[in-house]
Design a protein around this ligand. Sequence first.
Ligand code: HEC
Ligand code: HEC
Length: 349
Amino acid sequence: MSRFLKFTLVAGITISATATAVWPGEYGLGREALPEEIAAWDVKIMPDGRGLPEGSGDVWTGDEVFAEHCAACHGDFAEGIGNWPKLAGGQGTLDHKDPLKTVGSYWPHLSTVWDYVNRSMPFGNAQSLTPDDVYAITAYILYSNNLVDDDFVLSHENFAEFEMPNADGFIVDDRAVTEYAIWHGEPCMENCKDSVEITMRAAVLDVTPDEEGTETEAAAPAEPEPVEAAAVEIAPEPASAPDPELVAAGEKVFRKCKACHQVGEGAKNRVGPQLNDVMGRAAGAVDGFKYSSALEGMAADGLVWDQENLAAFLANPRGFMKETRMAFAGLRSDEDIAAITAYLSTFGE
Ligand code: HEC
Ligand code: HEC
């Protein structure tokens, strides 16, 4: 046993002694990495373009390379397939409750795109792309985000000039310098103030917005929606007097909307606009409600809420109006849609 130990020990020393340069540090292990080894490993690209290899690529080549290597997961237009990440879109959503963070809407430095793609994509076959491919793909991702025209060519020469839309959207975390000193001191553990009283409620002080409707059905956990096998034809135009049964059904469906919308006398704008008289109303027409630019855009194109497009919107809000602010998954059954439109048509101005 002891002979064996001694042997391995000696062998170990022999190996490190024959290595070219012994690391001078504390442990006496290994050797210094060679410059070529560091260069092969260090593929980082800095925001100012440092580290970029020479090369270039245009949008059209990028379109082809992207279609071949990336579109299976990220979509032909970088719009993302299923749950694979979206690389385009989301502009103007960063202040939303559910922002869409993409290269175009969120990433502050173009170097991150180049570096990330070069380093780790395509998923499962990382570092298989040439520098020119990566330039072309980066150009194509910018194009998919409407940030460059289709004749754009990206190269190591013009790289650093490109400014990302959200370049100023980040702040340097300087709290260590500016704030930590203020929060010094130990918490009081003895001889502290004898009594702590609540002297005012935030809701009374009016710093907490009160949400009407949340205490009732809207607060209940959403029930899973029944999937209807047989689609029901939607009535072509509202009959002069809507079917009372349908209206009653619609009132129930409206529970799904109540958290955000009000109807009836004194209806106010909440998360969503009040919906009185919505049938036949021009989209985006409620005073004092701040609509998304998506909705405003369609309103400017003349969208009027009628049976048909309201049904399409409610069936799939984001499908009908990409980037609408209405964070609602949609009504899955045509029956529910027919009912809700009948219900809404009973509320006049
Ligand atoms: C097999 C599916 C797949 C393929 C093919 C693929 N990716 Fe990805 N991609 C992913 C996944 C998964 C992630 C998220 C990885 C993570 O978060 O760790 C991702 C993330 C990304 C991101 C970062 C997105 C973000 O906002 O965080 C970029 C940029 C990207 N991919 C570009 C590409 C490019 C360019 C190609 C083609 C050269 C490509 N991908 C091919 C699956 C894929
Ligand atoms: C989570 C909140 C939320 C829910 C739930 C919701 N909405 Fe909305 N709704 C909104 C917001 C926000 C808007 C404004 C959309 C925009 O500006 O893009 C909107 C817009 C609308 C509009 C367009 C109004 C106009 O003035 O142009 C209609 C119609 C509408 N919603 C109907 C419904 C109906 C019917 C339901 C229930 C089946 C529903 N919504 C559920 C938040 C919601």
